[in-house]
Design a protein around this ligand. Structure first.
Ligand SMILES: NC(=O)c1ccc[n+]([C@@H]2O[C@H](COP(=O)([O-])OP(=O)(O)OC[C@H]3O[C@@H](n4cnc5c(N)ncnc54)[C@H](OP(=O)(O)O)[C@@H]3O)[C@@H](O)[C@H]2O)c1
Length: 346
């Protein structure tokens, strides 16, 4: 039987920015084995979305063009509309489940991380793997939940795994630097870091100094001042860990401010980061550079949702945009000046 059509926003080639997005009517996707179909209530955008569209992650994401996403639409026998569905972070309600799904049923409110190979978050409905879908209690709004997957999981991985911060205040005290603390990853990272035994120095623009202080940072510095550009802590702290969420920051910018065994965890994966990381290892340098690649885990997403439910973690919303104006949201994430998360609502 033919599936109902839905409104979706997709792109079918590299480049083009917001103007490269297309509003289309495509069949509601069918959940396969171990997948759930979600009626999307909110999606959030991340820099990786525009980077993928620009071709900065080729040949991995999208894996090939033409790429066949979950929302593939077939015309006749040999004509395909082949597009990438943008965005991976969604919150909504389960409306259908595929074979083998055990933990969800229609009517359940959820947060999910969609496969970056298919995306599909900028749509009325999206399919998600059961293992990367978690329940969303009534205390967590769709927008607050949708902010969490990429940005929240990255912040958590950087702190708990890479920096080794225990988020229950046990463990040795660590001095932490978080750059771009006003952004999606950074604003979660500051809040999570302060759940551990830490002193947090954060960088952001002048307009966000009070905002970042309000997230719990111990010291905040404007990245456009000489001291901010030099990543100096106002109180002269040396950092045990620097979590870099800002673009284009070489290791040399961090090195003078690191403690003798200090480490930079760089969430901006680049050739330079990988090269520096390898060199530091080869030369047995005490100061290390570690590139971070998000490995999304359902249990971690569940942990973040619980923190939001318990009011121990906030999603700060930069702006909300209707799906019909997804281009505005896309332009904003591409611009790189969001304070918190950019949300799109069908
Ligand atoms: N490796 C991974 O798996 C992974 C996962 C998630 C994210 N990432 C990457 O991590 C980066 C951060 O992501 P995001 O979602 O947090 O980005 P975002 O929300 O777009 O960050 C925007 C914020 O960064 C601030 N900012 C920009 N440059 C700055 C600088 N030099 N110093 C201090 N603040 C600065 C901006 O402040 P102003 O407006 O005042 O300039 C703005 O508030 C992106 O490059 C993203 O692709 C990687």
């Amino acid at each position: 039987m033919a599936r109902k059509l839905m409104h979706a926003v997709q792109y079918d080639r590299y480049g083009g920015g917001p103007a490269g997005l297309k509003h289309v009517e495509v069949p509601v996707p069918v959940p396969k084995k171990y997948e759930v179909l979600i009626k999307v209530e909110a999606a959030s955008l991340n820099p990786v979305d525009w980077k993928m569209q620009k071709g900065m992650l080729r040949p991995i994401f999208p894996s090939k063009f033409p790429h066949i996403p979950e929302t593939e639409l077939t015309f006749g026998t040999d004509c395909f509309l082949l597009m990438v569905g943008a965005a991976t972070d969604v919150a909504g309600e389960v409306v259908e489940v595929g074979n083998g799904v055990k933990n969800f049923k229609p009517g359940d409110k959820v947060v999910a991380y969609l496969s970056p190979f298919s995306g599909g978050g900028l749509a009325e409905f999206a399919v998600a793997k059961e293992k990367l879908t978690v329940p969303r209690p009534p205390q967590v709004s769709a927008a607050d939940g949708a902010g969490l997957p990429v940005a929240g999981l990255t912040a958590l991985q950087a702190l708990a795994q890479s920096a080794g911060v225990k988020l229950d205040e046990s463990g040795p005290r660590k001095n932490i630097l978080i750059t771009a603390a006003s952004g999606g990853v950074g604003h979660y990272a500051v809040q999570l870091a302060k759940r551990g035994n830490t002193h947090v120095t954060a960088t952001c623009g002048a307009r966000n100094l009070d905002f970042v202080m309000g997230l719990g940072a111990d010291e905040v510095v404007d990245y456009k001042t000489p001291d901010g550009a030099a990543l100096k802590s106002p109180s002269g702290q040396k950092y045990d860990v620097a979590i870099n969420c800002a673009l284009s920051m070489p290791f040399s910018a961090f090195e003078p401010n690191l403690s003798p065994n200090g480490k930079v965890t760089d969430v901006n994966l680049s050739f330079g980061t990988v090269k520096t990381s390898a060199l530091k290892k080869l030369t047995c340098s005490k100061k290390q550079m570690v590139p971070l690649i998000l490995v999304p885990k359902g249990e971690n997403l569940d942990y973040l949702v619980q923190l939001v439910k318990e009011r121990k973690l906030k999603t700060i919303i930069d702006s909300k945009h209707p799906l019909s104006k997804a281009e505005d949201a896309w332009a904003k994430i591409t611009d790189g000046h969001a304070t918190g998360k950019i949300i799109v609502e069908p």
